[in-house]
Design a protein around this ligand. Sequence first.
Ligand code: 4NP
Length: 154
Amino acid sequence: MKIKILMVCLGNICRSPLAEGILKSKLDPSKYIAASSGTSSYHIGNLPDPRSIQIAKKYGIDITNQRAAQFTISDFNTYDLIYAMDNSNHDNILKLTKDNHNKNKVKLILNELYPNDNLDVPDPYYGGEQGFEDVYQMLDKACDIIVTKLEKEH
Ligand code: 4NP
């Protein structure tokens, strides 16, 4: 059985599509599935933001196959690990379940880099292109740690 990992932000057009693309680029597709979604319905069906597409392309990753989806309760059954991009989305995901097995799947992605600091990946939507570069760099580092852990465990 493949290990399934879900990256979650608000719109599923800026941060989590990058996280999905970066993680996928580092994992063996015969062993792992990486996907992403958003807690909101704002952008369902849309391509990632052009600025996310551009920054991914700069680093050799194509995310234009992605379309925004909304996180649903059934994702707790589908996925083994759920990484929220920020505290607000982390809390909104947790509100959807009372089951401790489900709750334990949900993590803040930057706690992989800075354990217990509970930092947010800043929402770059209303900012400029540097925000997308910054988000890319933090997600790239966090995904390196996720991959190291996964490969040790599986
Ligand atoms: P994301 O960024 O959660 O990283 O995809 C956002 C995209 C759209 C909106 C907010 C955040 N919005 O309000 O439409």
